[in-house]
Ligand binder design. Structure first.
Ligand code: AMP
Ligand code: ZN
Length: 685
């Protein structure tokens, strides 16, 4: 194909595909098969590759975004991009309407639209082509996010007519999609609005293209003013924009049946019907597929709008009816950072205690630096706080900046706990020092926690004392807990110490799955541990051996295990530090084999006995193998000799455990005798 032919064909395909996209995304009535669409799209991609300079600015292939990194430039608005005046009760709205009607020389009507809780955008079209998409910014200057907006399927890149128009709209993410994507990704946003706003400000438009953002437009500024808002909405629809069909029209003077005939989806009524309608909308809010935070009521007659004009803050011809919000206002007193057990750093806002939806909150997570940047938050700011999913407190947005001149808060360069330089990975900062005291604390707290090893009598305060005294710094230290260092410490009498020891002892019976999920390996929680065991990894050695092959497919072949988890399993079980810890915990007598595997069908000759092992053996290398035999036959196993120990299996070069066992009157068993015991019972079988 020569250049001239290519040019013609590219133009053809661009127009055709735009039509198909409109039919598919906006009318929800696909006009061609997916296959036909893909075929034409592929043809266009190929042509554009061959003749890159012929690619049109509204090419549908731009929807996939580009990987070019670009900082967000600024752009000036050519239309007023203001806030809205607010009313909080239907009565307020009705009196606002009545006041305007009384002052007007012409009959009025009012269009009601849902106030979409997303991210505000202005789309500038010249001669029917999208030339710029600019965020609200400060109302005068916003961020130019054109490449990002071009990835949104419902934003027309070329209009059905060559008009020059500025269109205001709201970019949003459907609630169900938000839930799905948000939980799956690394950075969590508090709500769909923040997600949409954050996505829109990404540097790479290819990342924006991954998120199924949507748009509703609600305002069009044409070069030739139109007569009514109603007319503008219809025209926007005809130009291929997505206009929210859930609108309403109220008037005491206009022909309502004519409006209803044009818009069957609209609610139509008299001004006296307004309060009932607003109550109904507030009630339906929760069942809508997208978030709304109110209704916007607009004067329909454009000439009247022009007469009314604007204040510096809002148009006088519109008002928002704000639904009662489960949000409260408060002040950010401080922003502190927490170091998690994996080293992940989380900024937390310490806020002036405030009542939100029935309970007082004084902290709210800020997730990470990106989240703080998006909020443009700093200490001293007045913020709106809510409870995400009705439980977790979240900072929604800044309502008023502080007057001490603090700009956006920034993450310190070093870990507050150990002063190691922080490293950014993905959206989060990390302290990579594995001996960082806050990380160690976190690991311990996690390990003993109720959902993991559930070690009784080793609560956070006790643990903190043991940590401070350097008695327990790592999880394996718990099992060599020596109470001598606690002597004379108030609150740590014999009774307390015995209770702690009892709790520790009891934890050794926790099943393998629990132990596996307590190791603190990222993403390897209860559920994943269960899946691995069910898939046949009945003991830790099987898992370690599989991980040693470094073949992710071994794990991804298991239903429910993805690439990410396969990766962490492989890296964790090849990490010498993790392996050393497992070894120590094994020696301590923790369960590293699933009970079903242990239930070998062998007679339970060791039931009620507690065995310990010392020295080395001919037939059991490593010596833990001997203890496996004990467990298979119903016995308990411990890592150290204590009053509870009933048997000590003593091999060559037995250590101090032997002396201790002798002094306690523990039965000492040599390797030969042990073999006989095992043999004997198999003889009985
Ligand atoms: P506020 O920021 O609370 O003053 O509310 C004004 C914002 O509401 C606008 O900047 C828009 O981003 C948003 N909005 C959402 N839906 C509409 C709508 N149908 N009409 C006007 N503004 C809307
Ligand atoms: Zn640290």
């Amino acid at each position: 194909m020569d250049r001239q032919q290519a040019k013609i064909r590219i133009e053809e395909l661009t127009v055709l595909l735009a039509q198909y996209q409109h039919a598919y995304y906006i009318l929800a009535q696909p006009s061609v098969s997916d296959r036909e669409y893909d075929r034409l799209n592929d043809e266009l991609i190929a042509l554009e590759k061959e003749f890159p300079d012929l690619r049109l600015p509204d090419s549908p292939t731009l929807r996939v975004g580009s990987d070019l990194s670009h900082d967000l430039p600024e752009a000036q608005h050519s239309i007023p991009v203001l806030s809205l005046d607010k009313g909080y009760s239907p009565d307020e709205i009705v009196s606002w309407i009545k006041k305007l009607e009384a002052a007007s020389s012409v009959p009025l009507s009012f269009v009601f639209e849902e106030k979409i809780d997303g991210s505000s955008i202005v789309l500038y079209y010249e001669e029917g082509l999208l030339v710029r998409a600019v965020t609200r910014g400060n109302g005068v200057i916003g961020n130019d996010v054109t490449p990002n907006v071009k990835t949104i399927a419902a934003v027309p890149l070329r209009l059905s007519k060559k008009v020059t128009v500025a269109v205001r709209g709201e970019i949003f993410l459907a609630k169900d999609l938000f839930e799905k994507i948000n939980t799956a990704q690394e950075t969590q946003f508090a709500n769909p609005r923040n997600f949409a706003a954050g996505t829109l400000r990404r540097i790479k438009s290819s990342e924006v293209a991954q998120v199924p953002l949507d748009i509703f437009v609600y305002e069009g500024f044409f070069t030739e003013p139109r007569k009514t808002h109603h007319e503008i909405l219809d025209e926007l629809t005809a130009l291929r924009f997505k206009v929210n069909p859930r609108a309403a029209f109220f008037s005491d003077t206009k022909n309502l049946s004519k409006v209803k005939a044009m818009h069957s989806a609209w609610t139509v009524g008299k001004i006296s019907d307004v309060p009932e309608f607003l109550e109904k909308e507030a009630g339906e809010r929760g069942s809508l597929p997208y978030e709304i935070d109110g209704m916007v009521i607009k004067v329909n007659e454009i000439p009247v709008r022009e007469e009314l004009g604007y204040t510096g803050h809002h148009p006088r011809w519109a008002i928002a009816f704000k639904f009662e919000s489960p949000e409260s206002m408060t002040k950010v007193n401080a922003i502190e950072i927490q170091v998690g057990r994996t080293g992940r750093i989380t900024p937390v806002a310490r806020i002036e205690p405030v009542l939100v939806a029935g309970s007082t909150i004084s902290n709210a997570t800020l997730h990470n630096q990106e989240y703080v940047d998006m909020l443009e938050l700093s200490v001293g700011d007045i913020v709106a706080v809510s409870k995400r999913g009705d439980v977790i407190p979240a900072v929604e947005r800044v309502i008023e900046k502080n007057d001490s001149g603090n700009t956006t808060w920034e993450m310190p360069l070093v870990c507050p706990s150990c002063s190691t330089a922080l490293v950014k990975r993905g959206a989060h900062h990390f302290c990579q020092n594995t001996e960082c005291t806050d990380r160690l604390r976190g690991e311990l707290k996690f390990f003993v926690g109720r959902d993991q090893m559930d070690i009784e009598n080793l609560g956070p305060e006790t643990l903190e004392v043991l940590f401070e005294k350097k008695i327990v710094l790592h999880v394996e230290d718990i099992y060599i807990f020596n109470s001598d260092a606690l002597d004379g410490l108030p609150g740590f009498g014999e009774k307390k110490v015995n209770l702690i020891k009892e709790g520790i002892e009891k934890s050794k019976t926790r099943p393998y799955k629990t132990v596996l999920a307590s190791l603190g390996i990222p993403d390897l929680g209860k559920k994943a541990a269960e899946i691995l065991v069910d898939a046949g990894y009945k003991n830790i050695d099987a898992l370690i051996q599989a991980a040693a092959k470094k073949d992710p497919e071994l794990f991804t072949a298991i239903h429910m295990i993805g690439d990410k988890l396969a990766g962490t399993i492989i890296s964790a079980f090849n990490d010498p530090a993790v392996l050393a810890r497992i070894e120590k915990l094994k020696q301590a007598g923790l369960q590293f084999e699933a009970a079903e595997a242990l239930d070998s069908g062998l007679p339970k000759i060791f039931t009620g006995q507690t065995w310990c092992v010392t020295g080395s053996f001919e037939n059991f290398k490593p010596r833990e193998k001997a203890m496996e035999e004990v467990k298979k036959r119903g016995g308990n196993v411990t890592g150290s000799v204590s009053g509870k120990t009933t048997h000590l299996l003593a091999g060559k070069e037995a250590g101090s455990k032997l002396e201790k066992a002798q002094s306690l009157g523990v039965v000492i068993v040599a390797e030969e005798t042990f073999l006989k015991m095992l043999d004997e019972e198999s003889g009985k079988r």
